[in-house]
Design a protein around this ligand. Structure first.
Ligand SMILES: [Zn+2]
Length: 209
């Protein structure tokens, strides 16, 4: 699909945007999504680099992943729509909002983890960080699995600094077992809105609930 990218130099330009990408067929996409260079475009007029977010479906058949990626600017619209019709069109398809969430989800699936259990672990970390730093705007991202631990990056404690938190796999496994036993318990219900499972659902402002 052709999309227009407006530039400050008044030199609008058109780019070809795929509606669907398949990570089994093009594994290089994974690296570009992880390093933030996915769907970056350079203005032919002034050379400025643009990083727009367009909706895209990300398929990863070998991992049974089907992801609907919405741009961050459509977050409010997503909640409004879900309130009207809280139904999933396609029960297999999961939603994430914004490219950073797309990268995080791909890392979770790559490492063979259960997304809702990872989001619940992030919730515990969020609560702890907010207690310790009540004035900070904390944002937590799953990074990788290494040395029997899940590694998270905590943004917002100090300006321009990222704190690293390592959570033993046993904490994750206990959370996952809780989910399997009590999938309808309050925390797991609060983490999901329709097809969208994210800690963002719990952190959203009251007017979006
Ligand atoms: Zn330009």
């Amino acid at each position: 699909m052709k999309q227009k990218i407006p530039c400050f130099c008044d030199n609008d330009f058109f780019v070809e945007i795929p509606e669907t990408i398949n990570l089994d067929e093009d594994a290089s996409c994974i690296d570009r999504i992880m390093d933030g260079s996915f769907m970056n475009f350079t203005c032919p007029g002034c050379g400025k680099r643009h990083k727009p977010e367009f909706p895209v479906n990300v398929l990863w058949p070998s991992k049974k992943m089907e992801l609907e990626v919405l741009p961050e600017v459509e977050r409010m619209e997503f909640y409004r729509r879900k309130r009207q019709a809280n139904k999933k069109n396609d029960p297999k398809k999961e939603t994430v909002i914004g490219y950073p969430e797309m990268a995080e989800r791909i890392a979770v699936i790559r490492d063979g983890l259960e997304p809702i259990a990872v989001e619940a672990v992030k919730y515990y970390l969020q609560i702890k960080a907010e207690e310790t730093y009540p004035d900070a705007e904390i944002r937590i991202w799953y990074q990788t699995y290494r040395a029997e631990s899940l590694e998270f990056h905590i943004h917002g404690i100090r300006r321009d600094e990222i704190a690293v938190s390592r959570i033993p796999i046993t904490v994750y496994e206990k959370t996952r077992a809780d989910f399997i036993r009590h999938p309808k318990s309050e925390i797991f219900r609060s983490l999901r809105v329709g097809s969208y499972c994210s800690l963002s659902n719990m952190l959203r402002p009251e007017e979006l609930k």
